[in-house]
Structure formats: C-alpha cells, structure tokens
Design a binder for this molecule. Sequence first.
Ligand code: FBP
Length: 309
Amino acid sequence: MAVATDRVKHILSWYSGENVGVKTNLARLMNHGALAGTGKFVILPVDQGFEHGPARSFAPNPPAYDPDYHFQLAIDSGCNAYAAPLGFLEAAADKFAGQVPMILKLNNSDTLAKIAEPVSAVTASVKDAVRLGCVAIGYTIYPGSGARNQMYEPLRDLVREARDVGLPTVVWAYPRGGGLSKDGELAVDVVAYSAHLSCELGAHVVKVKPPSDFIEQAEAKKVFEKCGIPTKTLADRVRHVIQSSFNGKRIVLFSGGETKTTDALLEDVRGIAAGGGFGSIVGRNSFQRPRAEALKLLGDIIDVYRKGS
Ligand code: FBP
C-alpha cells in the first residue's frame, strides 16, 4: 500500500484550488504501481484500435485484440494507470475491478472519416467514468486545427463537470491541422504552446509527444534565439515544455509513438526523465511486442524514472 510521500504531497500542493476528490484521484494515480510515491508515471494507453484501426494496432501481437489483455498488461507491468475508450474499459472493468486505476478517454477520432480539419468525436461521458470507477477522464485536443473551438469549448465544460464529481482531467495535446506544417506538429515551440494551452483549459495532467528540434513559428523562433532557449537535446526540449506548463506545476507526460527499437525508446525515455518529464504513456511500443518483451520494456522504463535519468 503506497504512502503519501513528500513528493506526492508537494505535487498535490500545485493543485491547491481543486476539491478533495480531484486531489484524492490524482494521489491514486501517483500511489499506484511500481512508481508509487515517486511522482513519476508510466501509463498504458490503448485507444489505437479506435484511432488507427484494429489490424494496424493489434495484428503485430494478436492477443492484444482482447480487451482483457491490456488490463492484465497494465497490472502486471506495474503501470500507474490504464487509459482507453469506453468500449475497451466496459468490456473488462468488472473482471479487473480495483486492480488498476482507469482513465476513460471521452473523445476519439478514427482514420476512416476524411474531414477537412481534425476533430475528435465525443464518445463517452463523465457519468460513464464515474460508473466504471475511473480515477480521471481523458480528452484529446488538436491545437492548430481549424476546428479547435469544437474541442476547446466542450473541454472547459467537461473539466468542470468532472471536477464536480471529483475527477481530474488528462488532456492529450496533439498539434495538427491547417494551421501547421507537418514538421510543425512536433516542433518544440508548438508542443510547448499546446501543453500551455492544455493547462489553461484546466488540464490536471497533460500528455504531449516528445518535441523535435524544430521551431515552427517565425515569431517564436526570434524569441528562442534572443533568449537562448536551448533545444538541441530532447532533455532541453522537455525542460522547455515543462517550464511552459505553469513552470513545472502541472504533471506532463510524453507519449511513446510508433513501435521502435528498445534502445531508441529507452533513449527517448532517458531524455524525458533528464529534462524533468513526469513520465511516459507508452501504447504501441508496449502492446505490439510479445507480452514478455513488453513486461521487460515497461520494467526498464520504470527503472529509468525511478533513477531519474
Ligand atoms: P502510442 O504510445 O502508441 O503512441 O500511444 C500514445 C497515443 O497518445 C495514444 O493514446 C493514441 O492512440 C495515439 O498516441 C495517437 O497518435 P496519433 O494521433 O498521432 O496517431
């Protein structure tokens, strides 16, 4: 059973305007799994079936077609939490009740619809999250999309509704859409801006992709140069994203991306940890590997966060 460490208490102090339910659920996230009490996180997200399609997501490791598989993987690997859309959670939440904190993704997009500007559909409710016993809601925004109002405005209401029932909000901030170049989706200025927007919109936890050493906005580039903001290493860039998230007073997590070699992924994780990142959300790199390999990899990632780099 995890204890309330000084680190967990310190992180909770950043959320002093929140009600006790929100803080208790943030503490549950921080006090579960192999990193309990450290203020670091490794979370398993499995919405790729919805977002990318079943074959692209699960064919590399067919047991992963089964919703039970992911609960068991999150539990056995010592993840802080398991995040998924409504269907995957409903299918197995009862069987695994109480064994791993759950985050319900309240919106999702798929790759079948060809729409001008990216926007997710709302696919679940705060009530669903409460009914399933989740510790938080999850919500994706696409900063840079011409449809941003259809994402930002409902998010504000959902944050409020979730807070009223004591649930924190995790925002997946993935820049994309007509306002950005392809390289700009990962640009350090854009990722940092998206993390900041998420905090302003009320996110308690923000999830972004590891930023690249590219600056998209001309006006921002001038400032990066003038103020000497370092962007060369991943640790530098993560540090900038963390600073942009209320000067490090919000929990910011970084995603894993497409399946890559173990060495490449661990190199990323070391950079994230060295830059002060709070943890990783690793989906495809976990469940697309055979279970034994995934358990080993998640264990190695957890070790990096435990040691700090
Ligand atoms: P991965 O570790 O598989 O990248 O998962 C992280 C994640 O945020 C998932 O929750 C989500 O399905 C995926 O990335 C979306 O990535 P994209 O929208 O870029 O295809």
